[in-house]
Every structure is written in C-alpha cells, then in structure tokens.
Design a protein around this ligand. Structure first.
Ligand SMILES: NC(=O)c1ccc[n+]([C@@H]2O[C@H](COP(=O)([O-])OP(=O)(O)OC[C@H]3O[C@@H](n4cnc5c(N)ncnc54)[C@H](O)[C@@H]3O)[C@@H](O)[C@H]2O)c1
Length: 253
C-alpha cells in the first residue's frame, strides 16, 4: 500500500521545477500538507494549484537559498502555516559552470558551494531545531551521483555534493535517539530543466548520452520522487544515514 502522509507536513526546496516539483506533488497526492519553497511564485504557484486540485493542501513559501534569513523564515513560516514540519526535502541546487579544474574561479566555486552545500547545512539546522522540539522528523538531502564519483569539469559541484553526504551522516548519528532520520539521495541522469540546460539543444548529444545509460532512458523526476517519498515514510523507519543511489544501474560496479 502506498505510504500515507495524512496529517504530515512536508517542506520541499527548489519545488517549482524538476525533481522538487515531482516530489512536492507526490507528497501532496499522498496526503501531506506541502510547503512549496521557491524563489518566486510563478511556477511554484502552479505546483500549489496542482496539489490543491487533487484535494491536498499546499502553500508557496518564498526563499532564496543564498539567504540565511530566508532559510530561517522558510522553516518558521512552514510551521506557522501548517502547524508543524515532519519531512523536509532539501533539493534546491545549481549545476555550476563546467570548466577545467585549473580554470575554475573562486567566485564560481563559492557560488555553487553556497547554494548546494552551505544552504543545506542551514536548512538542516533549522529543520532539526524544530524536529527536536516536536519529537522527531525526517530529512532527505538531494545529493547526486557526483557525491560519490567525480563529475569532470565540475569540481565545485562535486565537492559540494560530496560534502552533503557528510552532513547527512553526522546528523543521522547525532539525532538517531531523538527520532530524527536523515538520508541522502543520489540521482543519476534525470530529465529535468537542469539536465536539459547542461546537455544543450543538440539532439545527437542527447541521443548519445541516452545510448550509454543502462536502461537506454534518462530517469524521470517521478523516479526520484517515489524514492524520496519512501525515505520519508514509515516504511523506512529504520533507514538513516543512508546514501540511496537512484540511477537505473548507471553506477553499478
Ligand atoms: N537532473 C539530474 O540529473 C540530477 C542528478 C543528480 C542530482 N540532481 C540534483 O537534483 C536537484 C534538483 O535539480 P533538478 O535536476 O530537478 O533541476 P531544476 O533546475 O529543475 O531544479 C533545481 C531547483 O533549484 C532551484 N534553485 C536554484 N538556485 C536556488 C536558490 N538560490 N534559491 C532557491 N532555489 C534555487 C531552481 O529554481 C530549481 O527550481 C539539484 O540539487 C541537483 O543537483 C539532479
């Protein structure tokens, strides 16, 4: 039976598009009240509408992951709006500018680390403070295959995503006896706006990539959403500190 999130409150960052959007919608379909966190209301508003259309509850919460104040307010506003916070999916991220290692700039390194790693550290701190008071909760951080193996040309992305695994493992150990679970998900090649921007418009390039994937297809945002929702569910009650790879066999070794 599909996991039931009735009475639960979930927060999803980067929820306007891609994996975040699919996860917010699935959590809403399963009964959660969902804080749809994004920088602006345009596409996020459509996600809220989609959740409400299936009878769920959702609210847009504005937050830029570069702002520590926004992150603090995001958690506060979620709790004020829905009366709690049971599950958080820290998903927002950027890909970074691809360049040889020795040509990467400090500015670009710091930009990507701030959005992909520092912001998640801050999200986790605020989420955990609430969950400690509330008696428990679940956090999933969106990492990447690049958290486990290098993405050539993207040292800033690779370093940030490797760092995320460390954050989740430390928190999983520290709070296991306080009923807080923390896990990481590592998507493979997923068909989202970020991946499309990375690949460009050339159909031959995309076809060549797809041909190299074990299942001859990219993952869908929903493939990742289902795994995140499982990690958030009671079915995963004893899963914490884990790194779940969802890549259709790409990194199997
Ligand atoms: N698509 C893939 O193949 C893939 C693979 C591995 C990991 N990921 C990870 O999945 C996550 C989601 O990416 P996606 O593929 O769904 O792409 P996406 O571009 O659709 O989603 C990223 C989201 O993060 C938001 N975001 C970016 N900077 C932000 C900021 N400063 N403040 C608030 N929000 C911000 C964007 O607006 C967007 O909605 C990212 O963390 C990415 O690293 C994606």
């Amino acid at each position: 039976m599909a996991a039931d999130f009735k009475g639960k409150v979930a927060l999803v960052t980067g929820a306007a598009t891609g994996i975040g959007r699919a996860t917010a919608i699935l959590l809403g379909q399963r009964g959660a009240s969902v804080a749809v966190v994004a920088r602006d209301p345009g596409k996020a508003g459509a996600v809220v509408d989609e959740i409400c259309a299936v009878g769920g509850a959702a609210a847009f919460i504005a937050a830029d992951m570069r702002s520590p104040d926004d992150i603090a307010r995001m958690v506060r506003q979620t709790v004020e709006t829905f009366g709690g916070l049971d599950c958080a999916f820290n998903n927002a991220g950027v890909n970074g500018v691809s360049a040889p290692f020795h040509e990467q700039t400090l500015e670009e390194f710091e930009r990507v680390v701030q959005i992909n790693l520092t912001s998640v550290f801050l999200c986790m701190q605020h989420e955990i403070r609430h969950m400690l008071d509330a008696g428990g909760g679940v956090i999933v951080n969106n990492c990447s295959g690049a958290g486990l193996i290098p993405a050539a040309g993207l040292p800033q992305y690779t370093a940030a995503k490797h760092g995320l695994l460390g954050l989740a493992k430390v928190a999983a150990k520290e709070y296991a006896d306080r009923n807080i679970r923390v896990n990481s998900i590592c998507p493979g090649v997923i068909d989202t706006p970020m991946m499309r921007a990375h690949l460009g418009q050339d159909a031959a390039t995309i076809d060549a990539l797809v041909a190299q994937l074990p299942g001859k297809r990219m993952g869908s945002p929903e493939d990742i959403a289902r795994a995140v929702v499982w990690l958030c569910s009671e079915d995963a009650a004893y899963v914490s500190g884990d790194t779940m790879v969802v890549d259709g066999g790409l990194m199997a070794h």
